[in-house]
Design a protein around this ligand. Structure first.
Ligand code: NAI
Ligand code: AKG
Length: 416
């Protein structure tokens, strides 16, 4: 795994696209840095009565198009620069699918496996208490990311509402349905990855039915993507998690692998599947590779060994800029994270709309609206790719997104 700094990668991606746009450098400079980053030290009581300090962050990258929006990550390797990068990717993601949000992201430096449920609840409530003045349904709306889900979102909402003495379900998305969550939100990220895969195969004139697929990371995004891509008739031959990879050339059953992981805690030792390393998974000779774990999974060196024809990014930032250069040169098509995994934030947006209207949608409506957002965004991406003579779909996505953000900034009268 590469040591590339994700924040520098984001800035490089913005610069790559800016070269194809008629936007002044000072305005682009504004789009390469967060507007503000909050850094916190949370003191949380552990079950044995002692106090432990946790570093935590919330980065508000850009609010030109609406409230800051983006998930909260719990991971021991969270850094300030990682959170800044993730908040920037959120701003560009929301713009590329044209939903009325800016970008934000939060993180706590913690390995949640080492703490009890009660300790994690106190940690989450402490984070929500500290963030209360900076968030709100019209200000900054957090959501799930790595190692967080409905449980943490429900705690966050409850803390905010208690402190504000109000009901405000739209302060956070990704909640359980009983707390104001939306149908389809859990599956939304994987669903958009499936839609992006279907669209890019169609664009390339290749059949996804029968295509072989490898998925790195079998959490929320990866497991749903694997299942829905399998439902299209593709053959998922390898999946992995932090314990390693499993491979079966005849195809795995993603639903059965999910049950196995729920029972045993990992994908390892599933049936007769062969064990492989994560690096071996990334270089398998497959038609489609879906990195769905963390940043920097594929660097320039590894990119030379990638044998997939198409990569659809479920994770944020899984390819370094060097990897992008190598893959572009090798004619490997990459559907970028800011489009492919945008289903999560899109259904978060639908959840927020439902919270404002106090009117829940059916799952069928959520999925239909999601499909229409992702397929339209994909078409716009292809238009930008073909009309701007840009090297790859990532740069095309940034061209579309930067143009939209700059337009709102200009319309706000901020710029002569
Ligand atoms: N949850 C969501 O709604 C969204 C998530 N994403 C992105 O998708 C990616 C995954 O997030 P989630 O699925 O939510 O997290 P998760 O916590 O549900 O799952 C992460 C998975 O990655 C695995 N993993 C970690 N390190 C690995 C490694 N080195 N090799 C292989 N597997 C590894 C873990 O074992 C786990 O199975 C992240 O980049 C996240 O930012 C993007 C959009 C929305
Ligand atoms: O659902 C959301 O608001 C954001 C999800 C997220 O963190 C992401 O797309 O990376």
């Amino acid at each position: 795994m590469s040591e590339a700094n994700p924040f520098e990668s984001l800035q490089e991606q913005v610069d790559d696209a800016a070269a194809y746009l008629d936007v002044d450098e000072d305005v682009i400079g504004r789009l390469k840095h967060p507007e503000r980053v909050l850094e916190l030290t949370l003191s949380v009581e552990l079950d044995d009565g002692t106090l432990e300090q946790f570093r935590a962050f919330r980065s508000q990258f850009n609010g030109d198009r609406g409230p800051y929006k983006g998930g909260i990550r719990y991971h021991p390797n969270v850094t300030r620069d990682e959170v800044k990068a993730l908040s920037g990717w959120m701003a560009y993601k929301c713009a590329v699918v044209d939903i009325p949000y800016g970008g934000g992201k939060g993180g706590i430096v913690v390995d949640p496996r080492e703490y009890s449920t009660n300790e994690l609840e106190r940690l989450t409530r402490s984070y929500a208490t500290e963030l209360r003045p900076f968030v709100g349904p019209e200000r900054d709306i957090p959501a799930p990311d790595v190692n967080t889900g409905q449980r943490e979102m429900n705690w966050f909402k409850d803390t905010y509402e208690t402190l504000e003495r109000t009901t405000a379900p739209g302060v956070i998305t990704g909640k359980a349905k009983s707390s104001g969550g939306s149908a389809g939100r859990i599956e939304a990220t994987g669903r958009s990855v499936m839609l992006a895969a279907r669209e890019v195969f169609d664009y390339l004139g290749t059949d996804i039915e029968g295509a072989t697929v490898a998925v790195q990371g079998f959490g929320n995004a990866g497991s749903v993507a694997a299942t829905l891509i399998d439902d299209l008739g593709a053959s998922v031959v390898a999946v992995s998690d932090s314990s390693g990879a499993i491979y079966d050339p005849d195809g795995l059953d993603p639903r059965a692998v999910k049950s196995h992981k729920a029972e045993t805690g990992s994908v390892s030792d599933y049936g007769d599947a062969e064990a492989k390393t994560n690096e071996e998974l990334l270089t398998l000779d497959v038609d489609l590779l879906v990195p769905a774990a963390l940043e920097n999974a594929i660097d320039g060196d590894l990119a030379r060994d990638v044998r997939a024809d198409v990569i659809v990014e479920a994770a944020n930032g899984p390819l370094t800029p060097d990897a992008d250069d190598v893959l572009t040169e090798r004619d490997v098509h990459v559907v970028p994270d800011i489009l492919a995994n945008a289903g999560g934030v899109t259904v978060s947006y639908f959840e927020w709309v439902q919270n404002r209207q106090r009117f829940p949608w059916t799952e069928a409506r959520v999925n239909d609206e999601l499909e229409s957002v992702i397929t339209s965004a994909f078409d716009e991406l292809v238009d930008a790719f073909e009309s701007h003579d840009v090297p790859n779909l990532r740069t095309a996505a940034y061209v579309v997104a930067i143009r939209r953000i700059v337009e709102s900034y200009r319309e706000g009268g901020n710029w002569p």
